[in-house]
Write a protein that binds this ligand. Sequence first.
Ligand SMILES: Nc1ncnc2c1ncn2[C@@H]1O[C@H](COP(=O)(O)OP(=O)(O)OP(=O)(O)O)[C@@H](O)[C@H]1O
Length: 258
Amino acid sequence: MPILTAENLSKIYGNKRAALTEALSQFNLTVNKGEFISVMGPSGSGKTTLLNLLSTIDTPTSGKVTINRRNVTSLSKNKLAKFRRNELGFIFQDYNLLDTLTIGENILLPLTLQKRKVKEMRKKLDHVTKQLGIESIVQKRIYEVSGGQKQRTAIARAIIHNPTIIFADEPTGNLDSKATLQVMESLEALNKKQHATTIMVTHDPFAASFSGRVIFIRDGKLFNEIHRGNNRQSFFEDILNVQSLLGGNMNDFQTIRF
Ligand SMILES: Nc1ncnc2c1ncn2[C@@H]1O[C@H](COP(=O)(O)OP(=O)(O)OP(=O)(O)O)[C@@H](O)[C@H]1O
C-alpha cells in the first residue's frame, strides 16, 4: 500500500536576480508502507532537495506530495507544523540534539510537545532505549556520549511517537565504521520488526546496502533504482556497479567499506 507518493515534483531555486537552478525535475516516486529506501547520487544531484520536499521541510515549485492519503503540498503552515510533529520523524547528520538536556529528555521531546502523561512517557522511553541499546545512558548529557550513541539517541527521538515515515539525511555522515554499522543495524531492525517506513539520503554504499531499495538520482532526475534480494553483500556490489555507471566525481562518494 502506498504511504507516500510524489507526482511530477520540480524545484527551481533562485529568483530574478540570481541564476535559476532546476534542482529537481518532474520527479515521480511511490513508497509503500514498511519500505526502507536509500537515495543516492553525486554531489549536487538533488538528493537533499528531494528529501526536503518529501518531508514537507520545503515546498515544490510544481508537483504534489501525498502522505497517508493527505495532500501535504496544500496544507496551511500551522497544519503542516502539526502534521510534521505528529506524523514524521527526522534524523540528521549532525544529530540536532539539545546540549542542555539529558539523552532521555532529548528522546522525549516529541512526546513533551504532544503533552503526553509522564507515566506513558517513561514507559515509551524505556522501550525505545532498550530497542536501541542506549538504556544505560539516559541520564547522561550529550557531550558525555559517543557519535554513534548520539545518533542512536536521535533515532530514538525520531521514532518515539510512532511516526508514519522516518526521514534521514546522511545519518552516518559523521560516524566511524563501527558506529555506522550499529546505526544501520538499528535502522534495519526498526524497519524489519516494526515496519517503520524509512527514506534515507546517503553517500555511503555500505549504509545504503542495509535498505531494501536504492534510488539513484542524477541532475535532478531518476537515473536508476535497484532492489535488495536476500544477500546484503551482493546488494552492496550492485550499488557499487550502478555508482560506476552514474559517473560523476567518485570523490563525492565516501570511502568504500567492506
Ligand atoms: N537553497 C538553495 N538555493 C539555491 N540553490 C540551491 C539551494 N539548495 C540547493 N541548491 C542547488 O540545487 C542543486 C541540488 O542540491 P542538493 O543539495 O539537493 O544536492 P545533493 O544531491 O543533496 O548534494 P550533496 O550530496 O552535495 O549534499 C545543486 O545545484 C545546489 O547547488
